[in-house]
Design a binder for this molecule. Sequence first.
Ligand code: ADP
Ligand code: MG
Length: 246
Amino acid sequence: MADKEIKISVKNLKKCYGDLEVLKDISTDVTKGEVVCVIGPSGSGKSTFLRCLNRLETVTAGSIVVDGNNITDKHININKVRENIGMVFQHFNLFNNLNILDNLTLAPVQLKKCSKAEAEERAKKMLAKVGLEDKASSFPSQLSGGQKQRVAIARALCMEPDIMLFDEPTSALDPEMVGEVLQVMKDLAADGMTMVIVTHEMGFAREVADRVIFMDGGYIIEEGTPSEVLLNPKEARTIDFLNKVL
Ligand code: ADP
Ligand code: MG
């Protein structure tokens, strides 16, 4: 079998905040179309890891190569790299003073990715993809949490990224809205999107992930297929964590 194209290559990544070493030695590769779920206890470094992948954090040591660009190199045009990496956060981060259509067209137009007309056409297509074509002229305050998060995903997709990063996208939602957001993510995975997802949704990880990474204390303790890590964990810390959350 031919080697799969590597989209993200992380080698010996370390991240410190002052004296606090948050990521101690992280190495892993993500291949094209792969869906990687990152799990682990609070404070284990999951968000920091994700934020390093598009240089929302400067790394202390090690390297991160995205599509052949070493993003830890200060001279690289990070904005160009970021255009290809969509990110979705726990708290949506929509622009509350803009309607949904304007939320979706702002970045593509400002970054001159396309004309206003093209941006609107794509925005409508992406809204349809997340099942919200009728909300183009609504404002964020008029939407439920699940709808806001689907808008946030559509907004990221309007930049036509080829990697999507999700940091606990369903953790702030009422339980009845979790399913609709996970469904949109499942559809994206089925379309072949490369995705790194920090999540506490073990059922989703089991069903959708190609690989599960368990982090604790700034290290990858164990990684493998969902059945390896979630059903047959080898490490005591993984077993302990799963006993608490499952
Ligand atoms: P997780 O997402 O797994 O809960 P985080 O990556 O958010 O973990 O945090 C890992 C550790 O880094 C925690 O101890 C947290 O307090 C610390 N940390 C995160 N961000 C900062 C920051 N900006 N400054 C100082 N410490 C931070
Ligand atoms: Mg976090």
